[in-house]
Design a protein. Structure first.
Lengths: 734, 220
């Protein structure tokens, strides 16, 4: 109990000293609490900011880059798309349902804060092995939370990924991406300007939930279960109905032009929203803590200022427009209260009553701009050189290739059937494909543009465990190829960087390497990074997760006149591989799942070659030359082929895949395509013209799945295993 | 003359724009009606769309039936006006006792969003007049509470009076007698769990839902 207050709030001694220097006096409890949340790792990015600057962020079509609530790009036809991804890992570890639900709620607010209507959510989920009961409990809770909140709030969950691996057993990853659309001329920024303008708090009352969420929960590691139980009150509780009304009310306020600036309340609650809007607008703000509607009596000012109660927004409005603002809120039964006033001079003042006692007074900008910036020590693992020579090609070959293949199959539909993925009638390709495809309709007029948007979320911790730099670059490359498989070209990238404890030099090294890999790949493909989120301290019981950068990639389809081919081939199709073959196994799912092997050296990525393959695939899809197409990634050629067979219910007779290395290797820049025999010469000619290798590997036919010299399975073995893998492990009958 | 279809917006509804868009696509004219209003204006038909009216934290539809507009909807229905409840709208119609039965949680206790194949069982409803019994339609479902339940007596009446409009080919949710949609005795009030508006564009994989909405706008 003798611990100084600043330490129990998560501030270091040096940080406390810095605060005293800014204020020229010792801070009081409230002020200290406000700095503690704003200077937390979660809000300030103090360990990562230095590195993130190396990412390319510019392109002519970028309207808003990183640093705002969401990135915004011009997608043509007078439409702008807002996109953001965020993690809710720590809350989901402690209370899976609410942790995931509020993750969805938070990301939606980031999008409609920009003036965009959220039209799609994607989730990138990672859990411990399904044979661990606690991991199953977390997985079920997270999926139910996304389903319960996302469906009710009325935004479709159109895709994502679900990965199970031991590395996440104490620390799941729940990354949520949201895409929104708006008329390009309606971009709103979270700014408070104009002295005398009013700050109106919209939405839910403020309660004691989520106090210190960012500092206590998101910026520290996990220990034992008892400790986790103690942290449970720091997890917020979501109310999708409140959020739905808030979305409609806020968009109506924006439509009516009644808002100068608007900001969501997420991490660090009212402290963050008031100080951020004020400092962005170059202004100050007087906040009346007594005017904040509360859920319970007896709340202390520091609780009101740092509470992370969900479903709240702060709108900056002119006094003349207040009555109209209140009328729109009333129509949607959204609570609205004036809680502050924009002032000159840049001070954030917290008062008890509009002109009451000053409880806290500090420079608004100091909560952001003066936040500490750390260049934490980094170094590669001590055995890094040996690590690279311990390759997976040296592992003993499989005793039973077929059994190893079957063990890698999972049908994720158990997850996505629980999500409304069709709302708004845009979903042309939903979850389960290489990338989601949405019709692009004008957000105000509703007119169909005849074009499409494509979206994919990808991460690969095995690649990044082997080599964080090359693995991250390969992840970007995979996303590019995923988009190509639906005929799209990439436009903008957002990232969610999930890493372990940044105070460990090896974790910081992983982080820095990953950023460099992403920067390199984005430069090579000409893709701007328009937003990101960093989640550090993904560590439990002293174990750091494998480095897991997850990327969301948005693309456009210039003419969307038919449904892209997808994974399902037809009887009689010729099956080919586009792209250079390889038998390298390091970093593969096969090496990790059969031998727990995550070392060695990744197959090389040749950007020029990759661009050619992606361009070829996108062109063939656009010209309707393929009956099916699927990129080769986790599980290699074997899993890609088996998934295509399982989805279509038509078998495969293959040859010229000579060994398990060629079957399970995950070298990049390859796609499997199924082609009508009559179109095969044309497809091969197109490949030759672009300098892409084509290999004929078999025929889609019959009810067996066979590869000469390697395996021969009944199709029912493939489909049974594929369909039941996930529902069985979750104890579900479907 | 273009048929005007009023689509009621409750707070928490979310399929209203999709229905308006689909109605417009088939040649009708969709317009939104607000739940706090007490009259329907000059609409020719009413749709209660899908979503989570009033949050559905209680029994689904239990709150929505008390929204001010429901009085007008009930009068319109009793006067023979076409009223269609889709998904949450179906749940609201049963709560308002414009249709019999109730919708329980799905048998698997999971939300289900997936394609479904429906079989047309009756041509006496405002949605199915132009179709034939036995026609199969591909129209997706999207619900947690879609498991239709009713007493033996009601089931018998539904059968006798030809009020079972659609059944599922592969029952996804445990619904009694595979029921996916029913109508009242006059056929002017229809409730269905599947979403026809989600099957009204070739890029969405099926246009079978458009057939039903066409039936609605030509139902005078």
């Amino acid at each position: 109990m003798n611990e100084p207050l600043h330490r129990s709030l998560g501030l270091t001694d040096e940080e406390a000293e810095a605060i005293e220097k800014i204020l020229n006096r010792p801070p009081n409890h409230l002020e200290l609490a406000m700095y503690a949340v704003m200077w937390s790792e979660h809000c300030s990015y103090k360990s990562s900011r230095l590195h993130l600057r190396r990412l390319p962020t510019e392109a002519p079509w970028v309207l808003v880059g990183p640093g705002e609530n969401a990135g915004v790009v011009d997608v043509g036809d007078g439409i702008a798309a807002a996109i953001r991804i965020e993690s809710h890992n720590h809350p989901s570890a402690i209370e899976p349902y609410q942790g995931a639900a509020t993750g969805v709620g938070g990301i939606l607010r980031d999008i409609f804060t920009m003036g965009a209507r959220p039209i799609a959510v994607m989730d990138s989920l990672r859990f411990g092995r399904p044979d661990d009961p606690r991991s199953r409990w977390i997985a079920e809770g997270v999926v139910s939370g996304i389903s319960g909140y996302g469906n009710a709030v009325g935004v479709p969950t159109v895709g994502g990924e679900t990965v199970f691996d031991k590395t996440y057993s104490g620390n799941p990853l729940v990354n949520v991406l949201c895409l929104g659309l708006m008329p390009a001329d309606r971009l709103v920024l979270g700014q408070a300007s104009g002295e005398g303008n009013l700050a109106v708090l919209l939405g839910a009352s403020t309660g004691r939930d989520g106090i210190g969420g960012v500092s206590v929960l998101a910026s520290a590691s996990f220990g034992d279960e008892e400790e986790e139980a103690e942290k449970r009150p720091s997890v917020q509780v979501g109310d999708p109905f409140e959020e739905k009304r808030l979305i409609e009310a806020c968009l109506a306020l924006l439509d009516a032009g009644l808002v100068v600036g608007i900001q969501d309340l997420g991490g660090a609650g009212l402290t963050c929203a008031t100080s951020e809007t004020a400092s962005r607008g170059g202004a100050g703000m007087d906040v009346d803590v007594a005017a904040v509607p509360r859920r319970e009596p007896g709340m202390e000012p520091f609780e009101v200022l740092t509470s992370e109660s969900q479903e709240r927004m702060l709108a900056i409005v002119s006094p003349d427009g207040l009555d109209d603002v209140l009328a729109i809120c009333d129509r949607w039964d959204v609570q609205a209260s004036v809680v502050g006033r924009v002032t000159e001079g840049g001070l954030l003042r917290v008062r008890d009553g509009a002109d009451g006692e000053v409880l806290a007074e500090l420079p608004a900008a100091s909560l952001h701009e003066d936040a500490p910036l750390y260049d934490r020590p980094r170094r590669p693992p001590p055995d890094w050189e040996d690590f690279k020579t311990d390759t997976a090609e040296q592992l003993p070959p499989p005793e039973n290739v077929a059994a190893d293949l079957l063990a890698m199959l999972t049908d994720p539909s158990w997850v996505y059937h629980q999500y409304d993925h069709m709302l708004f009638c845009n979903t042309v390709v939903g979850p389960g494909g290489d990338a989601t495809v949405l019709r692009l309709k004008h957000p105000a007029a509703g007119a169909d543009t005849g074009r499409g948007l494509a979206l994919t979320a990808d991460g690969n911790h095995r690649w990044c465990a082997v080599d964080p730099r090359a693995g991250t670059a390969m992840t970007v490359a995979e996303a590019v190829l995923n988009l190509a498989c639906v005929g799209a070209r990439p436009l903008a990238l957002v990232n969610c960087l999930n890493f372990g404890n940044p105070e460990h030099p090896e974790v910081m090294w992983q982080f820095s390497e990953a950023v460099d890999g992403m920067a390199e790949a984005c430069d090579a493909f000409g893709i701007p990074v328009v937003g990101g989120n960093v989640s550090l301290y993904n560590e439990s019981n002293g174990h750091n997760i494998d480095p897991t950068p997850v990327i969301g990639l948005l693309g456009v389809i210039d003419s969307l006149t038919r449904i892209p081919p997808g994974l399902a081939w037809s009887e009689g199709d010729r099956v080919i591989v586009l792209g250079e073959g390889s038998a390298e196994l390091s970093g593969s799912l096969w090496a990790a799942s059969t031998a727990g092997h995550k070392r060695g050296r990744l197959p090389g990525l040749d950007y020029e070659q990759h661009r050619r393959v992606a361009g070829l695939v996108a062109g063939l899809v656009a010209d309707d030359r393929l009956s099916a197409v699927h990129d080769v990634s986790s599980g290699g050629l074997g899993v890609a082929l088996a998934e295509m067979a399982a989805v279509s219910g038509v078998g495969f007779r293959g040859a010229r895949i000579h060994n398990h290395g060629e079957l399970f290797g995950e070298a990049p820049s390859r796609a499997v395509a199924a082609v009508d025999p009559e179109l095969l010469p044309e497809v091969e000619a197109a490949a030759a013209a672009t300098g892409v290798t084509v290999a004929r590997i078999g025929l889609a036919a019959g009810d067996r799945f066979s590869i000469k010299g390697l395996l021969d399975l009944d199709m029912s073995a493939i489909t049974d295993r594929w369909r039941s893998a996930m529902s069985d492990s979750n104890g579900q009958a479907q | 003359m273009t048929t005007k279809v009023g689509v009621v917006v409750f707070p928490g509804s979310n399929c209203e724009q999709d229905v308006v868009e689909a109605v417009d696509t088939v040649g009708g004219s969709g317009q939104l009606l607000w739940h706090k209003d007490t009259c329907l204006g000059d609409v020719d038909a009413v749709v209660l769309p899908g979503g989570f009216a009033h949050g559905d934290y209680l029994r689904t539809g239990a709150m929505a039936r008390f929204s001010p507009i429901m009085g007008a909807v009930e009068r319109f229905a009793r006067d023979g006006g076409p009223v269609v409840g889709i998904c949450n709208g179906f749940q609201i119609l049963t709560e308002a006792q414009l249709l019999p039965g109730a919708l329980y949680k799905n048998r698997g206790l999971k939300f289900l969003c997936q394609p479904a194949v429906l079989r047309v069982e009756s041509m006496d409803s405002v949605l199915t007049r132009g179709l034939s019994i036995g026609d199969e339609l591909q129209i997706p479902i999207n619900h947690f509470e879609g498991n239709f339940i009713c007493s033996e007596q009601v089931l018998e009446q539904l059968r006798d009076k030809n009020q079972i409009v659609f059944t599922y080919r592969d029952n996804p949710n445990g619904a009694t007698a595979d029921i996916a949609g029913i109508c009242n005795e006059n056929g002017n009030v229809v409730g269905m769990m599947p979403h026809p508006e989600r099957a009204a564009h070739p890029l969405l994989g099926s246009t079978d839902g458009a057939l039903l909405l066409k039936g609605l706008i030509s139902s005078d």
